[in-house]
Design a protein around this ligand. Structure first.
Ligand code: PBG
Length: 334
């Protein structure tokens, strides 16, 4: 028999190789599973509002609530007991104005929430979203001049907000505004104020996405005119996303984020392959609400959709997942 033919027979994949062998039972599947989830890699977004005893369910995000500080403390005690990696706070201020003054007020809603959590749930990681859209009367992420958000004025607000969060006790500040130079502006101001140890998680590749819809009800932050396309990214642009990440890292970001997650898994993977920093992905409100809505209609199994979506995000390369499923997923992972 000619060598060539023999080789062909020897390397013939079937019936020697049968990939189904390792799928034959749950104990085998468990042994060879490549991607594993852990509650410690989840961050739960929470919405804090004025008042006392307030626990108002968000219509478009069933299972999520606007919480007053006292209720937030209770929620966070549970989050901590589940071993979840941390929370990220969004604030609903008492009042909004053109200057987003509630964002950088040392007595603002998020600042008060951080101080309460520091005291009541020590050891729980507290990240804060640094942005202005919840605090401006027009709902845009910065100072509006001639119908557009003015980049460099907005940087000053962001830097002040980040310092004020750090002063209140935030473990991580996470700018989500998409202004150019915000990481640099925040790093500089944090360092000048004695917070050189506070890490920055930059929402680096943040797209102008329709999937933020439900969040805007939760945070009462829908823009009153126009949209966010002059500062958030065009969903079509992957190379530009890598530039955004690279620039944020040069400006001093400690970790970067891709947002939303599932429609942008390719970019999570590219970022993982290119940059040796922790990569976060945000499974945003619309991603959550679609799954919950389909499940409520009996069209999909919520638990399995939750776990499959989270697994795909981690498999793509995210080390940290911001997700509204953090509690049920952590419970399931036991
Ligand atoms: C603030 C911010 C938004 C989200 C996170 N930070 C809203 C937006 O940019 O319009 C969206 C999160 C979600 O949809 O879950 N700029």
């Amino acid at each position: 028999m000619g060598g060539r033919k023999r080789d062909t027979i020897l390397v013939m994949p079937f019936p020697v190789h049968r990939l189904r062998r390792l799928r034959g039972s749950e104990i085998l599947r468990n042994l060879v599973r490549e991607t594993r989830l852990h509650p410690g890699q989840f961050i739960l977004p929470l919405f804090v509002c004025p008042g006392e005893g307030v626990r108002r369910e968000i219509g478009a995000m069933p299972g999520n609530y606007q919480l007053s500080v006292d209720e937030l403390v209770k929620e966070c005690a549970e989050v901590k007991s589940l071993g979840i990696g941390g929370v990220i706070l969004f604030g609903l201020p008492e009042s909004k104005d053109e200057m987003a003054s509630g964002a950088y007020d040392d007595n603002g809603i998020v600042q008060r929430a951080i101080r309460a959590l520091r005291k009541e749930t020590p050891g729980l990681l507290i990240a804060t979203d640094v942005c202005n859209c919840e605090y401006t009367s027009h709902g845009h992420c910065g100072f509006v001049k001639d119908g557009d958000v003015d980049n460099d004025t907005t940087l000053q607000w962001l830097a002040r907000t980040a310092v004020s969060h750090a002063r209140a006790g935030a473990d991580i500040v996470a700018p989500s505004d998409m202004m150019d130079g915000r990481v640099w502006a925040i790093r500089k101001e944090l360092d000048a104020s004695g917070y050189e140890k506070t890490p920055i998680l930059a929402y680096s590749a943040k797209f102008a996405s329709v999937f933020y819809g439900p969040f805007r009800e939760a945070a009462e932050s829908a823009p009153q005119f126009g949209d966010r396309r002059s500062y958030q990214m065009d969903p079509a642009n992957g190379r530009e996303a890598m530039r955004e990440i690279e620039l944020d890292l040069q400006e001093g970001a400690d970790m970067i984020m891709v947002k939303p997650a599932m429609p942008y898994l390719d970019l999570i993977r590219q970022a993982r392959d290119r940059f040796d920093v922790p990569i976060a992905a945000y499974q945003v409100s619309g991603e959550y609400s679609m799954i919950v809505a389909a499940a409520r209609n009996g069209w999909i199994d919520q638990e399995r959709a939750m776990m499959e979506s989270l697994t795909s995000i981690v498999r793509a390369g995210a080390a940290i997942v911001l997700t509204y499923f953090a509690k049920p997923a952590a419970r399931l992972l036991g």
